[in-house]
Write a protein that binds this ligand. Structure first.
Ligand code: SF4
Ligand code: SF4
Length: 324
């Protein structure tokens, strides 16, 4: 797979620094039951990297000591990690809000039959990828049969109350474009999703997050092989808005890899650009338990325009509309 980093590294991006830490985003491993075209993690059923129990212990110690408000669990398919449920229940016992980056079809993997009930019982907020409301587009991007499996997964979650007003169970969907273009306006697309999924399947959900594809990993390699890298970077740079800089997720989120090393965000994790601190090249979460990283410079490069282009994108969707 061709690497886009040498090209991204040459592109200047405005300097930014970290703010107050409120979210720990933990990548518990790169194994996934799917292998989507746009996946910025390069996850697949063949990946073996997995967060071991002792790193999960460090994560829990950090949450407790630093009184972190939100734990955002990602992967791969995070639920396939043997420590996933212990991580969730222990964080919930500390009253930490837990988010699960959930791919819906994982509910049909062996041993995951009771996953929706587990998530509901622990009031886990679900962020589920659903790159389109049309079958063709989803199967093209995420694999054959993924659309039907995702619809079944959404129905199961709805049956437990997810996405329904007053249930306290939040179900958000994530959209990203199929190719090298910016996502359309979030609120308009959300209305389309609600209408189509509602009319066709009776599915309900809370919000739709629109995210731009990052020019890294598998998607980056495709851009390079199809000669679209420069054009896409141009699109992102031309659509950059300075006022999006205040809302990028790396200001308030710390990303942790499966070994416990920390990064300014998940994208930097995938590019292996570790957070640098006091001259140390690589920092482990255990070294930050008593170290406040407020004001630390964020490692930026050309890929960061994926977060500040147009309405901007963050793990919580478009920055503009999310802030309104
Ligand atoms: S479901 Fe998510 S983690 Fe898995 S391959 Fe697709 S994008 Fe990557
Ligand atoms: S990719 Fe986005 S979140 Fe990551 S460091 Fe750049 S601006 Fe921040």
């Amino acid at each position: 797979m061709r690497d886009t980093w040498p090209l991204l590294d040459k592109i200047a991006f405005p300097a930014i620094a970290r703010g107050r830490l409120d979210t720990l985003q933990v990548n518990v491993g790169y194994r996934c039951n799917q292998s989507c075209v746009h996946c910025h993690v390069g996850a697949s059923p063949h990946r073996t990297e997995e967060m071991p129990g002792e790193v999960v212990d460090t994560v829990l110690a950090f949450l407790e000591r630093r009184r972190i408000a939100t734990l955002d669990i990602t992967g791969g398919a995070p639920e396939l990690n043997a420590n996933f449920r212990r991580l969730v229940t222990s964080a919930r016992d500390m009253a930490v809000k837990v988010m699960d980056r959930h791919n819906l079809t994982v509910q049909e993997q062996p041993g995951q039959e009771d996953l929706p009930e587990f998530l509901a019982a622990n009031q886990v907020e679900i962020v589920a990828s659903m790159p389109c409301y049309l079958q063709d587009n989803v199967d093209k991007q995420r694999g054959k049969g993924v659309y039907d499996g995702s619809v079944r997964g959404l129905k199961r979650l709805n049956a437990l109350g997810y996405g329904r007003e007053g249930s306290g169970l939040t179900l958000n969907l994530v959209y990203n474009p199929l190719g090298p273009s910016l996502p359309p306006p979030q609120l308009e697309l959300e209305a389309d999703y609600k209408r189509v999924l509602g009319e066709r399947f009776g599915i309900v959900f809370n919000n739709l997050f629109t995210l731009a594809n990052m020019p890294i990993q598998r998607f980056g390699a495709i851009l390079l092989s199809q000669g679209q890298f420069d054009g896409y970077l141009d699109t992102l740079q031309h659509a950059h808005r300075d006022d999006n800089l205040a809302g990028v997720m790396c200001r308030n989120l710390l990303s942790v890899d499966y070994r416990g090393y920390v990064f300014d965000c998940d994208f930097n994790q995938m590019l292996d650009l570790p957070l640098s601190r006091n001259g140390r090249e690589r920092v482990h979460l255990s070294q930050l338990i008593d170290d406040d990283i407020f004001g630390n410079p964020i490692r930026v490069a050309g890929h960061c325009f994926g977060c500040t282009a147009g309405q901007g994108s963050s793990c919580g969707g478009a920055l503009k509309e999310a802030a309104e």
